[in-house]
Design a protein around this ligand. Structure first.
Ligand SMILES: Cc1cc2nc3c(=O)[nH]c(=O)nc-3n(C[C@H](O)[C@H](O)[C@H](O)COP(=O)(O)OP(=O)(O)OC[C@H]3O[C@@H](n4cnc5c(N)ncnc54)[C@H](O)[C@@H]3O)c2cc1C
Length: 445
């Protein structure tokens, strides 16, 4: 039997899977081909609504789709990839129970994404909050809910890209309904927020600043997060911000996979892809793990969900073509835009180069996110939740309602006095290579 192996459980894998399942439908039915997914996370995380989850507007579960539900015709291995051997065409992995195994492939799609470059900021992994690892968004949301029980909180968000701006706004917005004071600092090493978006759409950058000011977010430009301690954030200008919650949205660095390292990556650690998204014969890459060049500008495309979905689908289609011995095709998608939200009904969006603000921008963002959610049922529930919240106001206990049940290993992570760090995770522990700080900002659909 021939086999296509997909690494990771993110946007790349889901969209590659759908192409493969459609194009190889007959062979799958006749057991001539097998699709195997190896992922450290058993569910796909829809990151677009992270702000809403953290602000208590949506329960965390709305953004999670089990991979076995999204990819029913694949064999799923809940496991961490240990290495890839392109010569033997095999992938070694470690399952959650600690057992190790390997699987051979005819075609391999790498969609293992990236992680925050924590090694550049001492203390961030131990004392700070991150967003890209399994359970991390839920842990942050639980912390924000816990503010209701305190006397006042200070939060430091590091990173002035779209993710940092949106998260700072969401956390500040979550404090409005509460009597306890909440101070949110947004710290950014650059001279202005939203650098890339601002250079293309200065009006949207100005609007984002106005929204942050409306929400009372204190913006500090030209300073870098240097160190995180249990009591706060040390900054590059020598100042110290006392805070129980320090969130790092400091860009991302692709996950390192031994065997796919030397000569195959660029300076940012991304797998260098050819125009058809191949890396090596039988190996394809897309999303945050890959350097994919834009067909017209020749520049690397942004690391965001839209590009991960489109390139993931293309890699899957080409893997199917290669399996059939057919000619592969170049990736020619041209892009759509980006957007951010600043609370219900307020947003900024760029669509095909056109700027939008306010309610229309928010609705455009919502429409695209709902369209791209992997589960129709969860998309419908999101609409239901948003309508409920806009009528009755946010129920800040939604994360508590959706907290893990007894026996769920994540419960221990939530109980822990320290936030979840990837080294503690049963599956992802130790997969991350040394990182540099401040390379890629997170973009948005
Ligand atoms: C908080 C946040 C908010 C965001 N908001 C937006 C937004 O609004 N709009 C937008 O367009 N983009 C947004 N992004 C960016 C977007 O989520 C990423 O660009 C996108 O997820 C990349 O998709 P991917 O498939 O490459 O990787 P991911 O979706 O990150 O998936 C990677 C997968 O690989 C798995 N994995 C990693 N290492 C291993 C290993 N060694 N073995 C096995 N599995 C492994 C992970 O568990 C995960 O399942 C956001 C990102 C974050 C963190």
């Amino acid at each position: 039997m021939r086999r296509v192996v997909l690494l990771g459980g993110g946007y790349v894998t889901l969209h590659a899977y759908h192409q493969l399942a459609r194009r190889l439908s007959g062979q799958l039915r006749r057991d001539e081909v097998e699709i195997v997914i190896v992922s450290a996370d058993a569910s796909h995380s829809f990151h677009g609504f992270t702000g809403e989850v953290v602000a208590g507007v949506l329960p965390f579960e709305r953004t999670r789709t089990p991979i076995t539900e999204a990819c029913p015709r694949a064999r799923f291995e809940h496991a961490r990839v240990l290495s890839v051997d392109p010569g033997r065409r095999s992938v070694a992995f470690e399952r959650v129970d600690g057992s190790t195994a390997s699987v051979t492939y005819d075609q391999l799609v790498v969609g293992t994404g990236g992680r925050e470059p924590v090694h550049g900021v001492p203390g961030l992994a131990e004392h700070g909050f991150l967003l890209r690892g399994p359970g991390e968004i839920e842990t942050l949301a639980a912390r924000v809910v816990s503010f209701a029980a305190g006397h006042g909180e200070t939060v430091v968000v590091a990173g002035g890209g779209l993710a940092g701006v949106e998260l700072a706004a969401a956390i500040a917005d979550s404090g409005h309904a509460r009597p306890q004071p909440l101070t949110v600092h947004l710290v950014h090493s650059g001279s202005e927020l939203l650098g890339e978006l601002r250079s293309a759409q200065p009006r949207l950058g100005t609007r984002a600043e106005a929204e942050l000011a409306r929400l009372g977010v204190r913006v500090r430009l030209g300073v870098r997060l240097e160190r995180v301690t249990p009591s706060g954030a040390a900054l590059s200008d020598g100042s110290f911000l006392p805070a129980r919650t320090v969130l790092g949205t400091i860009g991302q660095r692709p996950v390192a996979l031994p065997g796919l390292e030397s000569g195959l990556r660029d300076g940012r650690g991304r797998l260098v892809t050819a125009s058809d998204l191949s890396v090596l014969p039988g190996v394809w890459a897309a999303g945050d793990a890959a350097r994919v060049l834009h067909v017209t500008t020749g520049e690397p495309v942004a690391s965001n969900a839209l590009w991960a979905m489109k390139a993931g689908a293309h890699a899957g289609a080409n893997a199917a073509r290669a399996l059939h011995g057919r000619e592969t095709r170049p990736f020619t998608y041209r892009g759509l835009g980006q957007a951010a939200s600043f609370g219900l009904g307020r947003g900024i969006a760029e669509l095909y180069g056109m700027p939008f603000t306010g309610r229309l921008a928010w609705l455009l963002r919502l429409t695209f996110f709902l369209r791209f959610m992997p589960s129709r049922r969860r998309a419908a529930l999101v609409v239901h939740d948003l309508v409920r919240v806009s009528v009755r106001g946010a129920d800040r206990s939604v994360q508590q309602q959706s907290s893990p049940r007894l026996g769920d290993p994540r419960l221990e992570l939530l109980r822990s006095p320290r936030p979840f760090v990837h080294e503690q995770h049963p599956v992802l522990g130790g997969v991350h290579a040394p990182y540099d700080v401040g390379d890629l900002a997170v973009g948005q659909v």
